[in-house]
Design a protein around this ligand. Sequence first.
Ligand code: SAM
Length: 292
Amino acid sequence: MPDDAQTSPPSRATPPGLHLIATPIGTARDITLRALDLLAGADMLVAEDTRSLRHLMEIHAIPLRGRRVLAYHDHNGAKMRPVILSALEAGKSVVYASEAGTPLVADPGFQLARAVIAGGFDLHAAPGPSAALAALTVAGLPSDRFCFLGFAPPQASARRKFIAEAATIPATLIFYESPKRINQLLEALCDGLGADREAALCRELTKKHEEVLRMPLGALADALRARSLKGEIVLLVDRGKDRVADAQTLDAALTEALDEMRLKEAVAHVSQSLGLPRRQVYQAALAKEKAE
Ligand code: SAM
């Protein structure tokens, strides 16, 4: 619930400490009034991408007042943390923004926040946009429990392991992915989770070309094969239903299918008819062949 005492703009400068502010993921007007106040009043401005923050301040007519915007990102964190900590030591207020959305959410800021806590300084959040929550809001998938998984590893075997771990999580799964790798991710998810799991692909949220595709993973993979997607993407996948085909049912279905089909077709057929992940059926088929 909003705190009434905090509704009016602050009459003084940003209070000392580190303020982690969320910035828009598309539409510039999604910045919060509080984030603008903090930017206007901070002693020190720090950003993952200094140009983006300067641009955002320009759009909202927040003057720099001679302040420089310092860069803090994955490659200079170790060097910059002492600079930020000594400003906090001197009682200054510091605002940090990642390139877009909420810092620390698939973005830098975690080690900085830890260092600030360890140093005994004040740490505050100015909450606002995040692509994960914006996508959850429009996906049409259960929102009672969700698990943010960020970017899947690009390397095939690491991605398989990552997906196998995700398969048993009883929650809506939220992935970030680049348009270049979305097709590979979808194929891997069909294999690891089953092509019939409901999913939603949310692209370019809050921007001109916003698009949400809501369909099972297999249909999504088919639909995207013919398209080359651009822009930023969040992919959400529904939790698995309780589809525990017992070993006997799986074995019987495989025996029948392997009598009539080659291994690959048999696996696809059984996984489809029992609603099981292709990978699980494939492993059962290999074990069966080995045992015979
Ligand atoms: N910190 C950000 C947040 O809170 O959402 C995420 C930063 S991460 C480096 C960037 C990824 O977020 C993109 O590759 C995409 O997966 C997702 N993303 C960011 N903006 C988006 C948008 N407007 N629509 C869909 N996905 C978006």
